[in-house]
Design a binder for this molecule. Sequence first.
Ligand SMILES: [Zn+2]
Length: 288
Amino acid sequence: MSAGRFAPSPSGDLHLGNLRTAILAWLFARASNRRFLVRVEDLDRQRSRPEFERSQLDDLAALGLTWDPPVVRQSDRDDLYAAALARLTDAGLTFECFCTRREIADAVRAPHAPPGSYPGTCRDLTESERAARRAERPPAIRLRAEADEWTVRDELRGEITGHVDDLVLRRGDGAHAYNLAVVVDDGDQGVDQVVRGADLLDAAPAQAYLAHTLGLPAATYAHVPLALTADGRRLAKRDGAVTLRDLTPAQAWDLIGASLGVGARSPEALLSELDPWEISLDPWIVTP
Ligand SMILES: [Zn+2]
């Protein structure tokens, strides 16, 4: 059965913007008769904390959101990512990359390549060149992308075509990369509707291309507006009373409901009051 999901990183408390995204992800899933899953994206072992995982799930429950078990944790799923990477490597669709961030930033690119995109430096190294460079540093593994562009369907924004980069799939330190994990997880969990913040819109075409390359079905997306401060910055915990540590669930619902132009103060009321496909695409300006 198809599913939507909310996939927070347990690196801090969820703020109002994250909570609004979670509520919208729930609403999109339930309004389209999908399961709703919660996935803990804790690949970044330095920043992830079990106490934040608990508080985030508690916060979602405090808002009245329900989800279909189990909650999966990316840190438990390394074998799945390794298997997907092995399939791509066996198909000749990966290469070792020895570049530093500095080298990538300073590289000369083709005229139309987006800033920061991978310049292709290590795509065609010979075996002896690779052997020499392995002695300097362990390589990252990148996708050998065979398309420059890919198109995704966003349920709020229509068709979005964007650049497909040679994504890092495994970092030099051996950790599987976010882009690989998120695509493998969505495919494995039957997620065919990805609702998340608009900051990830630019990542969608390359992720969808990677899913295609792995033989996974195409998901649709809904990139929902970000929460910004009055001076246009992304909302952050330091902006004051923006998490459920400082707000009651009822106060959070008041703010989020008002931002969506509805009187609903619970998930079920929202489901009967709001068509999620009609929400405004303007950023939500939060003044705590
Ligand atoms: Zn490289």
